[in-house]
Ligand binder design. Structure first.
Ligand SMILES: [Fe+2]
Ligand SMILES: [Fe+2]
Length: 234
């Protein structure tokens, strides 16, 4: 068990706290818990679905989309805040960033090798990393945010996290940095491409769609800068 587990034995995991204790509706902690439950549901349903069937493909697609947008918004909004407010934030976030990188690499392998018999094995390995990541966040990182931010700040970070999550990349891009500004600069333009790919798998981008993607990019940039200014003022 890493040292940081022992340093804060009194902080309860977010799974054992009520919505009010987690900052109320809109708090980043409640939003995180909601996504983690959905990821858990998708992984269990994927395992139970018939191999090679359309249901399993659909569940996989939903899982990949959620896992990337969720993690990208963490790297862009949440972990920079944690590094500011926790003296050992660097060590805490380095561990989950490694987990994100491992998931990214495994899912990239799965997506690049449609006929490979080892895909299921890689998917299971990715699921294990995702479960570990969720445990680290719910038991260690998110309780630290609860301990250092008040309810209003948790809701404000929640709004920024949600805005970035909604326009984040939805497919693995192994070369993208895990930290801002590198991840935001590389990731947000890629996210427009990913979303086109999700919606129109064979169609090329039209001017209108490009304009929509650029609009989302501009909105995201403003929110991220706002969140940074907010955390710097503290
Ligand atoms: Fe998370
Ligand atoms: Fe994560």
């Amino acid at each position: 068990m890493p040292a940081h587990h022992e340093q804060h034995p009194a902080l309860p995991p977010v799974s054992r706290q009520s919505p009010a204790e987690l900052g109320g509706p809109g708090s980043v902690l409640l939003r995180q818990r909601r996504d983690h439950a959905e990821l858990d549901r998708l992984m269990n349903a994927h395992r139970a679905a018939a191999p090679g069937g359309p249901e399993r493909d659909r569940l996989w697609h939903d899982f990949v989309r959620l896992v990337f947008s969720h993690a990208f918004a963490e790297e862009t909004v949440l972990w920079p805040v944690l590094r500011r407010v926790a003296p050992d934030g660097e060590e805490l976030t380095a561990r989950v960033e490694e987990e994100h990188q491992a998931v990214n690499d495994l899912l990239a392998r799965v997506e690049k090798a449609p006929g490979d018999p080892r895909r299921q094995e890689w998917a299971e390995e990715a699921f294990r990393f995702v479960r570990e990541d969720i445990r680290d966040e719910e038991d260690v990182l998110l309780p630290r945010l609860r301990a250092t931010l008040d309810d209003r700040q948790l809701r404000r970070v929640g709004a920024a996290w949600e805005a970035v999550r909604l326009s984040a990349p939805t497919h693995p891009h192994p070369a993208v940095s895990r930290r801002p500004p590198g991840n935001a600069l590389a990731g947000i333009p890629l996210s427009g491409f990913d979303r086109l790919r999700d919606r129109f798998p064979t169609a090329g981008p039209t001017a209108r769609r490009t304009a929509l993607a650029l609009g989302a990019l501009a909105a995201t940039g403003a929110v991220v800068l706002g969140a940074r200014r907010t955390s710097r003022r503290r």
